[in-house]
Design a protein around this ligand. Sequence first.
Ligand code: PBG
Length: 326
Amino acid sequence: MDLTDRPRRLRADGIRPLVSETDLSASDLIAPVFVDATTDDRVPIETMPGHERVPVDEAVDRVREIRETGVEAVMLFGVPESKDAEGSRAWAEDGVVQEATRRITAETDAYVVTDACLCEYTEHGHCGPLEPDAREDPTLTVDNDRTLELLGKIAVSHADAGADMVAPSGMMDGMVAAIRSALDDAAHTEVPIMSYAAKYESAFYGPFRDAADGAPAFGDRRHYQMDPANRREAGREVALDVEQGADVLMVKPALPYLDIVADVRENFDRPVAAYNVSGEYAMLHAAAEQGWLDLEATAYESLLSIKRAGADLILTYFAEDLASRL
Ligand code: PBG
């Protein structure tokens, strides 16, 4: 046997860091933050240990805590004081995300990305107003084109409040073009769009839907989010968002969809983001609590794998923990 090629030579301690292909740093990470207009106190999120919903008055402090770990960017999700059929609190000038954004951008140097979606704001929990008869007819759900108008208003209200970037997560057809033209018409030409370009209809969002109070009251999201069975279709989804002017392309969830992350990296010349979602976070915590997995090691390995697959940036609930250890 010819054993001249021995990869183990490069695994010795002194050389390992020199030949390491992938790096993780705090500047790769975005930390999700939940701002809740229904509470005056911080409320722990049971299914996501270490995370909480914070009232608007605590939003600046919450973001300062994150900045102290070295994480530079946050993604804001809002829980409004009231919900209605159209989700009108989502574009209110005094809405929860708008208020929080105004304060955070005035008082911290964090880079603020806002979630532009309606599911936390509609009383039925879908990502836009419904088509007539959607409650009775399971083939119907969200009125795509009506939702586009509302997404434009949401994005403009976030940018008016000072948001550095907007991130539409509703998987409506045409959402990037609608938001780009609304932002441009409002003179927010400098505000980039991070599109949830390939977002799957995933069971891994469970804990988030508790955290943000955004579970659909009936039915599911399979008519607008992607079928987990489909890989080639992601190429089509992402191409549409690129044509419409998306600045950053997101794949979500992350770990079960690393093939998609790798495809997007390979086929599109735009920064790639991956969302390491609530269920990916919760499952490591649950196993660690049982003593079955080492939380720090598995969290680090997860995020490293997401970068290795091709992500430039990662949205993750591990952001603070990881950054404070780096
Ligand atoms: C809302 C939205 C969801 C997540 C982010 N934005 C939930 C969903 O689509 O049902 C999930 C995030 C997570 O699980 O961490 N459109």
